[in-house]
Ligand binder design. Structure first.
Ligand code: NAG
Ligand code: NAG
Ligand code: NAG
Ligand code: NAG
Length: 581
């Protein structure tokens, strides 16, 4: 679970670093903000198809699941449940409960009453993140972190009150809670012990779950085992740990099929899968994952390559995306990733608009056939919202040109474009010291002319180009290959300079000599979620234009390099509004 937006960060980090009592104090700091928020009626930044609550603060995470367990009765067939961390009292973090919405298609959502809120000593000071697991017979349970009267982080269990209710409206907590707690003997840090994962079942009949933690600067995935899901015993060794990485939030651990693009249940193990460990690093506020091997006999995870170099560790998304989690959607045989995307606006702007935080579009994730990385793609259901297709024939995009994509509602759109590059002479040489793609993108923003690139899309553009967000590629020449950089440049997104305008970037593992360069962007009023290389890299950015809003938003294809590139296809759609609460 993630606590706070940047603007609260300096104060709250301080609070946390001093431990328990100050956590309490952190709630007081913003108490005056909790009641101010009314929400303004002019809302150009509310999303039309990205999930967000009607008002107030939302953050990950998310215990959620697709129905139903393929082995169990299809009691809840047809419903997806989204639980999210929510402040019922304001647009800043605090008073956290589990809000609850249901959907039949992961696109349109209906809100229900809060599912989990403080009600017993083991969660009286907060109900933080957790995960859902299906027990045999298809019965869901939720493990979550509660904050107890001493402000310790402990793990609790909740069960549906009525398993016949497909909406699972009411949840009851076990009287035995907490089921896992820091003690004198287990040496767990009571302010660094949170976010239990979905549990997996071993061949020995024991359930396992991991909980995020740290000891000094070593990040830990503390492992617990249980026969009955009620009595949990801490394993001697963590599933995995790594020094120098700081606190691990919202760990996620799951198998990915080597041969097939279908998802697999969290308990599947064997030679046909590899395992993925994702952690949300509290220090950097990014989600990182590593691929490796799970040794069930030793209950250890051995990554091919660890988390040490945060410049080169893989991320689901190289923009804003935190506290993400996956679940296995049994009926549709896929694994789906959800992430939380916070605001880039100031706290006072958040309070004025009356809300903060949205969910990324759920993404299907699979292991790439190279085995080196995951690839992700927006769930196919989102395509139901497409309307008014625009289709370009292939055309050359000369250096220095900007072409208007007309015929789509550019504030609420889905665009897919493919580029082909045939002449590489002008590609700039990649300096070996340019190892950080985000820094490289901010050094070489869209306004910096290059040899090959920047070329891509200008989204949220005003008609006079006073405002635009550029999502683009650049191609560099390195020793024995061409290197593709993908950027999302927010430096000119808005005339309002109070927003965070960090430019994001990723290296894309695509060979531009033999492959086309594809880009897809989902545009939704204050977010552009982009996928390069058919889902090899994602970059999500939040922007708040002042001119390029609603019908005054435009979309362009552009090339600000000196070489021409060819657009082999461009398809764009206006997207209809989804029902999101
Ligand atoms: C326990 O966690 C808190 C919160 O991050 C930290 O301030 C403290 O130093 C940790 N204690 C130890 C012994 O690691
Ligand atoms: C449980 O849910 C089912 C289906 O909604 C309903 O018919 C039944 O009355 C509920 N039982 C109780 C005890 O509320
Ligand atoms: C939220 O946004 C801010 C500012 O844009 C960023 O710096 C911060 O790290 C984000 N927080 C999280 C938890 O993602
Ligand atoms: C293209 O480059 C020129 C020169 O650096 C710059 O003035 C212009 O703003 C750039 N265009 C875009 C769309 O960034």
């Amino acid at each position: 679970m993630a606590f706070f937006s940047l603007w609260l960060l300096p104060i709250l980090t301080l609070c946390l670093s001093h431990g328990v009592l100050h956590l309490e104090a952190s709630h007081h700091v913003f108490e005056h903000l909790q009641t101010v928020s009314t929400g303004s009626t002019n809302q150009p930044y509310r999303t039309a198809y990205h999930f967000q609550p009607p008002k107030n603060w939302m953050n990950g995470q998310l215990g959620l699941f697709g129905f139903a367990d393929p082995n169990g009765p299809l009691t809840y067939k047809g419903f997806y449940h989204l639980f999210y961390q929510y402040n019922p009292k304001g647009a800043v973090w605090g008073n956290i409960v589990w809000a609850h919405s249901v959907s039949t298609d992961l696109v349109n959502w209906t809100p229900l009453d809060h599912a989990i809120y403080p009600s017993q000593p083991s969660d009286i000071n907060g109900c933080w993140s957790g995960s859902a697991t299906f027990l045999p017979g298809g019965k869901p349970v939720i493990l979550y972190t509660g904050i107890d009267p001493q402000n310790r982080q402990v793990q609790n269990l909740a069960k549906p009150k009525n398993v016949s209710d497909p909406l699972l409206r009411e949840w009851v907590k076990l009287p035995q809670n907490p089921l896992m707690a820091p003690t004198e003997s287990n040496k767990i840090n009571s302010s660094s012990f949170r976010d239990p994962t979905t549990a997996w079942l071993g061949h020995d009949g024991l359930w396992r779950a991991i909980i995020g933690s740290k000891r000094d600067r070593r990040g830990l995935a503390i492992l617990y085992r249980s026969k009955d899901f009620v009595n949990w015993v801490k394993a001697k060794h963590p599933l995995y740990s790594e020094k120098g990485t700081g606190m691990w939030e919202c760990p996620d651990f799951f198998p990915a099929s080597i041969k097939s693009s279908s998802g697999v249940d969290t308990s599947i193990d064997g030679p046909e899968v590899r395992h993925v460990l994702k952690v949300s690093l509290d220090d950097t506020k990014h989600d990182y994952y590593v691929i490796g091997t799970y040794s069930a006999s030793k209950d250890k995870f051995i990554p091919d390559k660890g988390f040490e170099d945060t410049n080169s560790v893989l991320r689901y998304d190289y923009g804003k995306f935190y506290a993400s989690k996956t679940f296995y959607d049994g009926p549709k045989n896929r694994r789906i990733l959800w992430g939380w995307i916070n605001e880039s606006s100031s706290v006072s702007d958040d309070i004025t608009k009356g809300w903060s935080g949205i969910q990324a579009i759920p993404r299907t994730i699979v292991l790439h056939k190279s085995g080196k990385q995951l690839v992700q793609w927006p769930i196919v259901e989102i395509e139901k919202l497409r309307t008014n297709q625009v289709n370009w024939p292939s055309k050359v995009l000369k250096g220095g040109s900007i072409l208007h994509v007309s015929g789509v509602s550019a504030a609420q759109a889905d665009v897919e474009v493919s580029f082909e590059v045939t002449k590489f002479e002008k590609a700039e040489v990649l300096d070996p010291s340019w190892t950080n793609p985000q820094l490289l993108c901010s050094r070489k923003e869209a306004s910096v002319k290059g040899g090959l690139g920047p070329f891509g899309l200008l989204v949220f553009a005003s008609v006079g180009l006073e405002e635009y967000t550029a999502v683009f590629f650049r191609i560099f020449k390195s020793k024995d290959k061409y290197v593709v950089l993908m950027c999302s440049d927010q430096s000119r997104s808005s005339l309002n300079k109070n927003n965070d305008r960090t430019t994001y970037g990723a290296f894309l593992d695509v060979d531009p000599v033999h492959e086309k360069l594809s880009l897809r962007s989902l545009i939704d009023h204050s977010i552009v979620e982009s996928f390069g290389g058919e889902g090899k890299a994602g970059i999500s950015a939040r922007v708040y234009p002042t001119l390029a809003i609603n019908d005054d938003t435009h979309l362009y294809a552009f090339n600000n390099g000196t070489s021409s590139v060819k657009i082999t296809s461009l398809r764009a759609w206006s997207l209809k509004k989804a029902h999101i609460n």
